[in-house]
Design a protein around this ligand. Structure first.
Ligand code: ATP
Ligand code: MG
Length: 360
């Protein structure tokens, strides 16, 4: 799944495209329903009781998407009963051959992403996770595409024949850190250390909570950190669980794990080029939540160095931070970017370090 690219069939969501038949279309992930069932994530899982389950509980503005990602398109909506503002990520369970851009997901990756996001939402909702630096996830469900078509969603014919997956979240009004860095550059400025420290501390606190709840994000990068609004007083929120992994409650028949963050149980090669940890790419041994720590180091580097990620050579990382960055700031970047996961701090340890404690 490297690098993360533009969506394929999802490009049609919300656009004024003409609906048309795609003769070569085939259901690309016939086993997705089965896989969700096997993973215990179908409608009859525990999540049904605590989350909204139907599209008609919402008014959704399908005409002006809030954002596009590799697997889904996010729309603004309102929960009818409570009038709460929401953002809903809509993911089609099929890809339409011929619509794919170079490097786009294949159908297995798409169905994996739906399962990852569903597992993460289920885990967060089940555990009652509510954290100021994690987007509030209130429900996930699937529904027939006709339902969405009748409400104004534009879909290709192939995609319209398979169910859609919905992920309901708190609506955020700011930009991602990608745009935030770009806006600073446009104004001839950059993110200073004090501001970076404030953002990083919030991201670390959000990640610490995810790790404590057995969730490894696996795609930490500026594009997956959003700001709550456009004011200077913004809050910072982690988004996008399409790569997330959930630590099983029992590993090898033992446990519960004393520390979910230390469980080396993941084997899938996924992430975003420039940010993914070396052990995830290497695929030699199972890896742990420490992969998020490495991606966090790349994110901190990008924030301080106008979007540049560190350079990789065999077995080591080369940073290129501005000369003005303090010794404590450099030490933290170096520690987060330790090539070997055993040498990296945990998120909780990083939070106790001087730069995140004192700067800002
Ligand atoms: N809660 C939200 N409120 C407002 N806009 C959002 C929200 N969540 C996501 N977005 C917008 O939608 C875009 C895509 O969301 P997201 O990153 O979850 O999708 P994805 O398909 O998994 O993306 P990726 O390309 O990173 O794999 C974001 O970059 C952002 O612009
Ligand atoms: Mg994303």
């Amino acid at each position: 799944m490297l690098p993360t690219m533009m969506p394929a069939v999802l490009r049609h969501f919300g656009r004024q495209t003409t609906r048309r038949a795609v003769s070569t279309w085939r259901p690309a992930v016939p086993s997705l329903s089965k896989r969700l069932q096997v993973a215990g994530l179908r409608q009859n899982s525990g999540v049904q009781n605590v989350t909204p389950q139907s599209l008609d509980e919402y008014d959704i503005d399908f005409n002006s998407p809030l954002g596009y990602g590799a697997i889904g398109t996010v729309y603004a909506g309102q929960h009818r009963r409570t009038a709460a503002e929401v953002a809903i990520k809509v993911v089609s369970s099929v890809l339409v051959p011929g619509e794919r851009t170079q490097g786009a997901l294949d159908s297995d990756e798409l169905s994996d992403s739906i399962i990852h996001e569903t597992q993460a939402f289920t885990q967060m909702i089940g555990a009652g996770v509510s954290h100021p630096h994690i987007v509030d996830c209130s429900g996930c469900f699937e529904g027939p595409a006709e339902e969405a078509l009748s409400l104004g969603l534009d879909l290709t014919e192939g995609a319209a024949e398979e169910p859609l997956h919905y992920f309901v979240m708190e609506r955020l009004h700011g930009n991602t850190l990608v745009e935030y860095i770009a806006d600073k550059q446009k104004d001839g400025g950059s993110i200073d250390e004090k501001e970076c420290s404030r953002i990083m501390r919030a991201v670390c606190q959000g990640l610490e909570c995810l790790h404590e709840n057995g969730i490894v994000h696996r795609d930490i990068k500026p594009g997956n950190v959003m700001l709550s609004d456009l004011s200077d007083d913004f809050d910072v929120k982690l988004i996008d669980f399409s790569h997330a992994g959930v630590v099983p409650e029992t590993v090898d028949g033992q446990l519960p794990q004393t520390s979910a963050a230390e469980a080396t149980v993941f084997t899938k090669k996924l992430g975003t080029q420039g940010y993914v940890a070396p052990e995830v790419l290497k695929q030699k041994d199972p890896y742990s939540a420490s992969c998020d720590v490495f991606s966090l180091g790349c994110t901190m580097h990008a924030l301080l160095a106008e979007g540049r990620v560190p350079h990789r050579t065999r077995g080591r990382m080369m940073t290129s931070l501005p000369d003005s960055i303090s010794a404590d700031g450099r030490d933290l970047v170096d520690a987060l970017l330790s090539y070997s996961p055993e040498d990296r701090p945990t998120i909780s340890e990083a939070l106790k370090g001087p730069w995140l404690q004192q700067c800002g």
